[in-house]
Structures are given as structure tokens and as C-alpha cells.
Write a protein that binds this ligand. Structure first.
Ligand SMILES: Nc1ncnc2c1ncn2[C@@H]1O[C@H](COP(=O)(O)OP(=O)(O)OP(=O)(O)O)[C@@H](O)[C@H]1O
Ligand SMILES: [Mg+2]
Length: 249
């Protein structure tokens, strides 16, 4: 469904993403993991059209989308969440999601249709329509997810959906991504730090470090890969252990 080939981003001589290649098959959940600053969000920004690649290509369902503006990528069928939630704070939760439904529709839709999609999506993520200012960390994550889903994507790029959540909320969010794939048939690339929870949900992982792919494979293989353990040592070592533990179960 998605073929990322030799993708590169050069920020004034600093290569945040170097020659990154991976593929995503329709229906799978791929985990894109790696320590802080390894290039995960930049990779998403390059795919989603928030940044233009310096080199390389991104093909989605056979069409080159690398370098297209974000709205065209959205219309092609890719939805994304942001690591830091970016709702319109003066609009209600429902209006935020309805606006996303308008944004994602590549044909004109009526106001009624946008609000119907928005309500259905809020129900799916389990968020009550409310004021944005009343949402906590978990609520903002759900709103971010709802806005991405309201664009009716075939492929969802979810960036660190668990950051700032407590353990129960994390489990719930992971189950939600699994349910989105299972019930909606949406393919997912999931960027996450909390490896333990991610490893139980994803089919495969791609691991980045300093902008490069250093490992890929099934969660259990990646969790015992010495290179992966080394790059996480000193930063997230307990998470690697948790991931290895989760993958063994
Ligand atoms: N617009 C930018 N200009 C210059 N450097 C940038 C820019 N965006 C990101 N970077 C740098 O690129 C590197 C990769 O950043 P990125 O946000 O992709 O990492 P990440 O893997 O998502 O990290 P985290 O786990 O902390 O979210 C970092 O060193 C970051 O400082
Ligand atoms: Mg990031």
C-alpha cells in the first residue's frame, strides 16, 4: 500500500532522515520505533506532505505522493495524527472533527454529512462532544485521532498516541488502534515510544536511529536485536525489557 524508498530529509546539512526505505502492506499495523530524535516524526511529515523530501520517493497505492501538499495527501487517503495535538481551540470538539471531515473529503460533502461523520467518529474513539479546553491528555489524543479518522483514511499515521497517558489509558488507546484496523480495515503506521504496549499490537516493526533504519522484523525479533537494545540503552532500556517481555508472551 505504501512504499517509502530512500527517503531523505536534509535540514541545512543535518540529515534527520537518511535513505529510509520500508513498505506497508494493506491491512497491517507497522510500528515505527526509535529513540528521541531518531527521525520518526520527520518521516511522517515527509509522507503526509508537511515537509518536502530532499530525496527519495513515497508511493501510495501505486501513485507518487512525495512532495505533494498535505491536503492532496489527505485526499489520496492518508490521515495522520500529530505528536502534539493541534486542535482549533476556539471550536467545539464536534466542530473540530466536522472540519476534518470537510478537509479530508475530495468531493464536496454537505454540512449534514460532515457532522454525521464527525459524530460517528467521536463515538468510535469514545469521546463525548465537549469544549476543547475541558479535555485532558487522553481526551486530546482521542480528538487528534478522531480528526485523522474523520478524513476517512485508508492509511493512518499515528504519532506517539500514548505519550502522556497513564497505564490504563495506554492499554485502552492500543486496543483502539487494534479495533480501528479490525473493524474499519484501516492500515496503520504507529510511531511510539512505549514499546511494550506497541509490540503486542503491531505485526512488524521498523527501527530508526539517527535517521536511519537499523532493524526491521517481527516484534519478538526486533526486541532481542542487539543493535536495537544498544541504541535504547541509557535512554529507554526498561522499555526494551518490557517490549521483550511482551513479545515473549
Ligand atoms: N524543522 C526542523 N529543522 C531542523 N531540525 C529538525 C526539524 N525537525 C526535526 N529536526 C531534527 O531532526 C531530528 C529528528 O527529529 P524527529 O522529530 O523526527 O524525531 P523523533 O524520532 O520523532 O523524536 P521523538 O521521539 O522525540 O518524537 C531531531 O534531531 C530534530 O531536532
Ligand atoms: Mg516525534
Amino acid at each position: 500500500m505504501l512504499v517509502v524508498d530512500a527517503l531523505t530529509k536534509d535540514f541545512d546539512g543535518f540529515l534527520a532522515v537518511k535513505n529510509v526505505s520500508f513498505e506497508v502492506a494493506e491491512g497491517e499495523i507497522l510500528g515505527l520505533i526509535g529513540p528521541n530524535g531518531s527521525g520518526k516524526s520527520t518521516t511522517f511529515n515527509l509522507i503526509a506532505g508537511a515537509l518536502k523530501p530532499s530525496a527519495g520517493s513515497v508511493r501510495f497505492r501505486g501513485e507518487e505522493i512525495g512532495g505533494l501538499p498535505a491536503y492532496r495527501v489527505a485526499h489520496a487517503g492518508i490521515g495522520r495524527t500529530h505528536q502534539i495535538a493541534k486542535p482549533f481551540r476556539k471550536l467545539s470538539v464536534l466542530d473540530n472533527v466536522a472540519l476534518a471531515a470537510f478537509y479530508g473529503a475530495n468531493q464536496r460533502i454537505t454540512r449534514d454529512e460532515a457532522y454525521r461523520r464527525a459524530k460517528e467518529t467521536l463515538e468510535l474513539v469514545g469521546l463525548r462532544a465537549a469544549r476543547v479546553e475541558n479535555l485532558g491528555a487522553a481526551g486530546l489524543k482521542k480528538l487528534e485521532l478522531a480528526r485523522a479518522l474523520a478524513t476517512q483514511p485508508k492509511l493512518l499515521l499515528a504519532d506517539e498516541s500514548l505519550g502522556g497517558l497513564d497505564h490504563a489509558e495506554m492499554e485502552q488507546a492500543a486496543e483502539m488502534l487494534a479495533a480501528i484496523r479490525r473493524e474499519r480495515g484501516i492500515t496503520i503506521v504507529w510511531v511510539e515510544h512505549i514499546m511494550g504496549v506497541l509490540m503486542r499490537v503491531v505485526d512488524r516493526c521498523v527501527v530508526l536511529d539517527h535517521g536511519e533504519v537499523i532493524a526491521r522484523g517481527k516484534p519478538a525479533e526486533v526486541a532481542r536485536d542487539p543493535t536495537v537494545i544498544e541504541v535504547y540503552l541509557g535512554t529507554d532500556a526498561p522499555e526494551v525489557q518490557a517490549a521483550a517481555h511482551a513479545a515473549r508472551r
